[in-house]
Design a protein around this ligand. Structure first.
Ligand SMILES: Cc1ncc(COP(=O)(O)O)c(C=O)c1O
Length: 336
């Protein structure tokens, strides 16, 4: 199966991370608060180690964070479309988040002005968004967003930057945010290891302390901690930078090849996935599935009929291109 529906690197983990995984000591309990990984990433990001919390991936951290914030019955605004786990976690606790949706007619541009005017009119305790956005990969104007957060210090901004390191905004990793911003970062994407489950959150030390106190001990495995520690090294981050450059190039190549067979781009992606609308050609997705290729249909993001595909390597792109030509051009089937 060629799975283009999941956004993970097509090049696997950095070699230093693979080596660290092989050496992780599973005969002991892991450090309960991932001290070494926290120090290494805090040093890299210019933050204090107490401001970081590690967990089993961004999804796990979003659920823990939602659980903690839900205790105060907050009013929450989600900028959508977005990764849905935060909204889902709140909803399980009886909190229905309001929505501010980007418009497809506007290329799913991040609705900064709409957000500013909602915050002027209504009081929200929490705002949640993805930067870059998901599933469109659109850039979020982060300096302006930081300004908005600074102007609303009583609102917590939960900013999911899980794809920042695999996007044109990777250089914003060291950006300074106001203290009411919580950053959530998956490491599974950039390491190409979704099965490992590892990520971290950066927030003010009062919130991270509460979060650590509210969850089970040892919630980040020894494997996850070893990989996270190695991932902060210059060697691993050089690898991520090379992978990013290749994937951004291949996303453009993928978009061009899809446009040639009648797909329309829904947005200007800045990351390693693209959101497209297929040509009207019957059940194209089922036909691709029958050929062992999976794409992400986006009804659950409120975009029925749109597909998200991850950037591919050359061999994968050739396979997708051949399958699409075979389905869309019956003549090619007889005269390959
Ligand atoms: C924006 C965004 N954040 C977080 C995640 C999940 O990350 P993790 O695998 O670290 O839980 C995803 C998964 O696709 C995502 O799209």
């Amino acid at each position: 199966m060629l799975d283009l529906s999941v956004n993970v690197g097509a090049y696997g983990p950095p070699p230093v991370v693979a080596a660290a995984l092989g050496q992780a000591d599973l005969s002991r309990y892991p450090d309960p608060t991932s001290r070494e990984a926290r120090s290494a990433w805090a040093h890299r990001l210019g933050r204090a180690p107490e401001e970081l919390v590690f967990g089993s991936g961004a999804a796990d951290l979003l659920w823990d964070l939602a659980g903690l914030l839900a205790c105060a019955s907050p009013s929450v605004l989600c900028v959508e479309p977005a990764f849905s786990e935060f909204r889902a976690a709140l909803s399980r606790r009886g909190i229905v988040a309001s929505s501010l949706a980007a418009s497809e007619r506007d290329g799913l541009r991040f609705p900064l002005e709409g957000l500013a005017s909602r915050l002027d009119r209504e009081r929200f305790d929490v705002v949640h968004l993805d930067a870059p956005t998901s599933p469109a990969g659109v850039r979020v104007p982060t300096p302006e967003l930081a300004g908005l957060a600074a102007a609303h210090p009583r609102t917590r901004f939960v900013v999911d930057i899980s794809f920042q390191s695999l996007s044109e905004s990777a250089h914003e990793e060291l950006m300074r945010w106001p203290p009411n911003v919580v950053l959530v970062r998956s490491l599974t994407k950039e390491l190409g290891l979704p099965g490992l489950r590892v990520g971290f959150l950066v927030a003010d030390a009062a919130l991270t302390g509460e979060l650590e106190a509210a969850r089970a001990a040892w919630s980040t495995s020894a494997h996850a901690q070893a990989a996270a520690l190695a991932a902060a090294s210059p060697a691993a981050q050089d690898w991520v930078a090379r992978v990013r450059a290749r994937l951004l190039e291949s996303r453009v190549a993928l978009e061009r090849s899809l446009e040639r067979v009648g797909f329309r781009l829904c947005a200007r992606s800045t990351s390693v996935y693209t959101l497209v609308r297929p040509p009207d050609a019957g059940d194209l997705r089922a036909a691709l599935m029958a050929r062992g290729i999976r794409v992400r249909e986006c009804t659950s993001f409120g975009l029925p009929g749109a597909w998200r595909l991850r950037a591919t390597n050359t061999a994968e792109r050739a396979r997708l291109g051949a399958a699409l030509r075979d389905i869309l051009d019956p003549l090619a089937r007889h005269h390959p």
